[in-house]
Every structure is written in structure tokens, then in C-alpha cells.
Ligand binder design. Structure first.
Ligand code: ADP
Ligand code: MG
Length: 607
């Protein structure tokens, strides 16, 4: 039999390796930025055209490369960062596989200009699909500029696989944010299609956060810090009240590198367990410093996944540190907002000598211990006790009321106690009603949001969602990026009962909706759906049906806020209690609270 095994030529091997390292523009940019940082740059420019399709360029003021290194850096396994296998375990720099530039040069047209400080001339290398086209001395600034043009120009299948510019650009932005957060002492600029998107100077971590996420972000954070043997950590965790429905601003870094780690993320999130509703997520920006020999960063090709030897200990420390940050500060807030601590500004009587103030505190107070959480988040089942002697209905049965119609249905009377007094509506915003166990105050809009949401989710599940023809078809217009997003969401919206047809030129006509709507309500509703989808896109791509339901329900509830007649309130209460989760709005806010007879008595006897 003849021999059949070939050794692949380098160019082919590089293209195959490129699949691992460079799957989209954002991952090439990550490698280029990390190389610039490894080169000791204090200032880095990122220049992108057409979301990376046409150009990705990184210019740094780092150490630069010699003439021969400028050529060698494109070879496979070319790295200045490791010499022996042992080095892998002590590595602190970003890259260590010597694969990135070889991979990028295999699937793009690359122009490198680089000069070291001591060299008079720089070197220019042009390389296309692993072929060196030019190498010559050139005049250039100290440091390195790498321009990557026409990514995947020689692999049309991969080029076609790239997503729309808006999506690729959001991936690039995300990578840029991670790198910029991890290196706040480095200045960065980021231009896209000639527009300056970010201009970041060297700054403190919290100012860098604010520069990336908005100035008001600083007020939403508590500092966190802990110095221990297995791990030193510092950073910021979000205040509970700013927790969001989507895992948005969650950044964890180890030894200056962004990582994803389910266990450690859970450690932080668990510290919020009793402070935020289920399915909402806090922001955090936490830096961990760990002995590099106690972690393995090489388990994933793009190196965002990491294994820790001391994982359990680090988990516990991180969770405790987060609790501490939240606990300390929520206690401070309580003191701040407690009316009895308000300062009395009336003037002191004449001759009065103030005595030194004394502070009393309970050193054992821990807001997290015991059952007296400051913000209990009861589950749906907890509401069964509202109805004392009444058997709460089985959840499965109770969800079945009023499906398919968003106007309140005949209430399912079972959850409501008989002999119920009429509810009243306070400020057209809260519904106050009595139950056997006490007085309940319900936030009308949040209750409606919950009811709409559960009905929309059920409607989605039905094969032929019914839609209500609008009296007047309505045109809605968007900018081109949003109209692309909306087009992508049309199937989800159809399932909810919206009939929307594109008319071209970023205009759509809406002919039916889940419920009768005025023409001026549709445009803002769809804008909100697109905006929320966009902000959730990265994290919740697989849950876009939910994301759409959530924004539609939120919008419908917002527009329906109005004075209700007592019987409408009865309907609403019955509908709410037939929901699966009547206590928390789908956007994670509390819908109601109960004042029990006991609490009422206590309050009245306090005087
Ligand atoms: P790695 O970063 O894993 O070593 P790369 O393919 O990313 O592999 O880079 C190969 C080598 O090229 C690096 O080890 C470094 O010596 C050199 N290099 C790459 N980018 C730069 C840069 N911006 N400045 C200086 N040297 C660089
Ligand atoms: Mg590298």
C-alpha cells in the first residue's frame, strides 16, 4: 500500500490554527491589544473600519521589534514570552502561545511597522495569507503598528459567516472594555469608521469604569477589598438596587486578565441572595491577584477560562468580601435614612455646652444572618399564607386563567378569600386591599407588567397567536441599525401577536398588535423593544423571545396605568394571584407587601 500521510504545509496549518484563535474581528483585536500591552505600551490606539471587516489597526508605543523579530513574529510558535514548558506556569503576560500573529497573517493582509527605541530605522513587513510580500526599512515612530486588512479575504466561507456590523462591533467594544478595564494605567483611543468612540487617559480603576460606562456609574458601586494569602482582591460591586435583569456589567479579572468563571461569579452573586430578586444580576468589577503557579490559564484557546487550585477558598473569600462590602454599606445607609437620626437644626439654648457625642452600635449585627433580611424576596408560594384558611390553588391550575386575552378576564375566584372588602386605588398607582392576614399594598403597574408578561409568554407557546387588527395601520421608522435589529425580531413579535411588514427604507407598517393600541403608542413600544434587545444581545442571545416579551409587557403596563374601578381592581388582583410569580415583576421589582395584623398592632402601640 502506498503512503497516504502528508505533513500539512505551514500556510494550511496556520489557517487551521487561525480558526481557534481568530474566529471574528474581536478576537484578532484582543490578541493585538494584548501584544501591545505585553510590549509595555502606555498608550494604545485602536482603529477599526467596518466593524473590523476592512481594517483593524493597533498602534502602540511599546518596545517595538528588531528587524529580524519583525519577520519572525509571524512564524508559528514564535514567541518571546516562553522558553521552556515550565515558563507556562509562571507566565504573567497576556500571550504565550506564539500563535496569534501567525494565525492572523494566515487569514488576512497584514502590514507591520515597528521600531525599537535604540534603532534609527524601523522595519515594514507586508504579509498576506502567510506569504511575505515585502520587507524593508522604513521610518516610523518607536513602537509597533499592526494593520490587519480584509480579514478572511482568502476564506470566503468564513468571511460570509461574519455577523452584521452592529453585532461584530458590539463584540469588539466588549473586548475593548475588558482590556481597558484591566489596564487603567494605559491610555487608549478607539476609532470606528473615523469616529472617536472612546478616549481614555491613564486613570484610577473607578474613573476608568466611569469613562467606559457613564459618569453616574460611580454612585452605583461599593468598593471591595481583601488581602489574603491565596488571593488579593479589590474592585467594586454594584449596589443591590441597581441590579439588572440581564448579566450586564460583570467583569472579573485575574492577574490583569479578564476571565469568565462561573464559580467565582456565583460567589459574588450569592452574596446578594437576599438583597435582590431572583433573575436579576448585580454589576461588578473585581480584580483578583493570585500566584500564577496556582492557576492554569491554558485550558481554553482564547484564554478567558481559568482553573484555580484554591478554588473553594477563593470562592469563600470572594463571597465574604462582597457581603462585607454590601453589609457595611447598607448598614450605613440605614443610619443615614433613619428619620430618628435626622439632625435637629433648632438653635441650642443659651449657656448650653454640648457633651461629646457617643456612638452606640451593635458589633454583632449582621444584616445577612437570621431570617430578618432587610429586603426579603418571598417566593410565589409564600403568598399562600395571605389566604390563611383558604386553600391556595395549585400553581399549575392557577396559571391557566385568562390566557390569550390581555384584557382582564373573569377572575379565578379561588385564590381570593370570600367576603372581601372592595379594594381602593391610592394615587391611581397602588391598590390597597384587605386579606384575612392583613393589608396588602400592590403596585398596579408592576402587577400589570407581571400579568401581561405571563400571558405573552403563554401566547408565544400557542401555535396560532391571535392578533388584534389595528383600526389604522401605523408606520414606524428607525435608523438603519435599529431597523436591522427589528427585522431580526419580527418572528418573535409575530408570535406575540404583532403583524409587522417591512416597507423598505427602514420603515415598517404595523397592522395588528396583541391588543388594541393607539398609533402613537407603537413607535415608542418598538423602540424600547429594540433598545432592550440590543443591550441584552450579548448576554442573552438565546433568550431573545423572553427579552422581547419582557419589553413588550413593560411597555404595555406603562401605557395602561390609569384609575381602575373597584371591580377592575378585583380582576387585576385575581389575575395577579393566578400568576406563577405574583410577588416580583418580570423586571425584578417587588410588586406588593403585606402589613400583618400583628405588625399593625406593633406600629400603633409604639407611640
Ligand atoms: P505571543 O504573544 O503568544 O508571544 P504572538 O503571535 O501574539 O505570540 O506574538 C509573537 C511575538 O511577537 C511576541 O512574543 C512578541 O515578541 C512579538 N510582538 C507581537 N506584537 C508585538 C508588539 N505590539 N510589540 C512588540 N512585540 C510584539
Ligand atoms: Mg500574543
Amino acid at each position: 500500500m502506498t503512503d497516504i500521510i502528508n505533513i500539512l504545509p505551514d500556510s494550511v496549518a496556520n489557517q487551521i490554527a487561525a480558526g481557534e484563535v481568530v474566529d471574528r474581528p474581536a478576537s484578532a483585536i484582543k490578541e493585538l491589544l494584548e501584544n501591545a500591552l505585553d510590549a509595555g505600551a502606555t498608550s494604545i490606539q485602536l482603529i477599526v473600519k467596518d466593524a473590523g471587516r476592512t481594517l483593524m489597526q493597533v498602534v502602540d508605543n511599546g518596545c517595538g521589534m528588531s528587524e529580524s523579530d519583525a519577520r519572525r513574529c509571524f512564524e508559528r510558535h514564535a514567541t518571546s514570552k516562553i522558553h521552556r514548558a515550565d515558563d507556562l506556569f509562571a507566565i504573567r503576560t497576556m500571550g504565550f502561545r506564539g500563535e496569534a500573529l501567525a494565525s492572523i497573517a494566515a487569514v488576512a493582509q497584514v502590514e507591520l511597522k515597528t521600531r525599537t527605541t535604540d534603532a534609527e530605522w524601523g522595519t515594514r513587513v507586508v504579509i498576506e495569507g502567510s506569504d511575505v510580500k515585502e520587507q524593508a526599512p522604513c521610518s516610523c515612530a518607536t513602537g509597533t503598528s499592526i494593520a490587519v486588512k480584509n480579514l478572511f479575504y482568502n476564506i470566503p466561507a468564513r468571511r460570509n459567516f461574519l455577523k452584521r456590523d452592529s453585532i461584530e462591533l458590539s463584540h469588539i467594544e466588549e473586548i475593548f472594555k475588558r482590556v481597558a478595564l484591566a489596564n487603567c494605567q494605559t491610555a487608549f483611543t478607539f476609532h470606528h469608521n473615523g469616529r472617536l468612540l472612546y478616549d481614555l487617559r491613564a486613570d484610577s480603576f473607578v474613573r476608568r469604569i466611569a469613562a467606559l460606562f457613564g459618569l453616574n456609574f460611580k454612585e452605583r458601586l461599593y468598593p471591595i477589598e481583601e488581602q489574603t494569602e491565596p488571593v488579593r482582591l479589590k474592585g467594586y460591586v454594584g449596589k443591590a438596587e441597581y441590579a439588572k435583569r440581564a448579566r450586564g456589567e460583570q467583569y472579573l479579572f485575574v492577574n490583569g486578565r479578564y476571565i469568565r468563571h462561573l464559580g467565582l461569579s456565583a460567589a459574588i452573586e450569592r452574596a446578594y441572595a437576599e438583597l435582590i430578586p431572583d433573575h436579576t444580576y448585580p454589576a461588578y468589577f473585581v480584580m483578583l491577584e493570585v500566584d500564577p503557579s496556582r492557576i492554569d490559564v491554558n485550558i481554553h484557546p482564547t484564554k478567558t477560562e481559568v482553573r484555580f487550585i484554591d478554588e473553594q477558598v477563593i470562592f469563600a473569600i470572594l463571597r465574604a468580601a462582597t457581603k462585607k462590602a454590601l453589609g457595611q454599606f447598607s448598614l450605613a445607609n440605614e443610619l443615614e435614612f433613619n428619620p430618628s437620626t435626622e439632625i435637629d437644626f433648632s438653635p441650642a439654648p443659651q449657656g448650653y455646652t454640648p457633651s461629646a457625642p457617643q456612638v452606640h452600635y451593635n458589633p454583632h449585627y449582621n444584616p445577612f444572618s437570621g431570617s430578618h433580611s432587610s429586603r426579603p424576596s418571598p417566593s410565589a408560594n409564600d403568598y399562600r399564607h395571605f389566604f390563611d384558611n383558604t386553600e391556595a390553588t395549585d400553581e399549575k391550575d392557577s396559571t391557566g386563567t385568562g390566557i390569550g386575552n390581555l384584557l382582564p378576564d373573569e377572575p379565578d375566584p379561588s385564590p381570593m378569600p370570600s367576603g372581601q372588602a372592595s379594594p381602593i386605588c391610592y394615587l391611581n398607582r397602588y391598590i390597597v386591599t384587605t386579606l384575612k392576614s392583613g393589608i396588602v399594598v400592590i403596585d398596579q403597574q408592576r402587577a400589570e407588567e407581571r400579568i401581561f408578561y405571563e400571558r405573552l409568554m403563554q401566547r408565544r407557546a400557542s401555535a396560532h397567536p391571535d392578533a388584534q387588527q389595528l383600526l389604522f395601520p401605523t408606520n414606524c421608522s428607525f435608523n438603519s441599525a435599529d431597523s436591522e435589529m427589528l427585522t431580526e425580531l419580527l418572528p418573535e413579535l409575530r408570535q406575540l401577536g404583532f403583524v409587522i411588514e417591512p416597507l423598505g427604507h427602514n420603515t415598517f407598517v404595523v397592522t395588528a398588535a396583541p391588543t388594541e393600541m393607539k398609533d402613537n403608542e407603537l413607535q415608542p413600544l418598538l423602540e424600547q423593544v429594540v433598545a432592550e434587545y440590543k443591550s441584552n444581545m450579548m448576554q442573552r442571545f438565546n433568550e431573545r423571545d423572553k427579552s422581547v416579551c419582557l419589553s413588550v409587557a413593560g411597555q404595555m403596563a406603562a401605557r395602561s396605568g390609569k384609575a381602575l374601578k373597584p371591580e377592575e381592581m378585583q380582576h387585576l388582583i385575581a389575575d395577579l394571584f393566578s400568576c406563577q410569580a405574583p410577588d416580583i415583576s418580570p423586571s425584578g421589582k417587588r410588586i406588593m407587601f403585606l402589613l400583618s395584623e400583628q405588625e399593625l398592632k406593633e406600629k400603633l402601640n409604639k407611640s
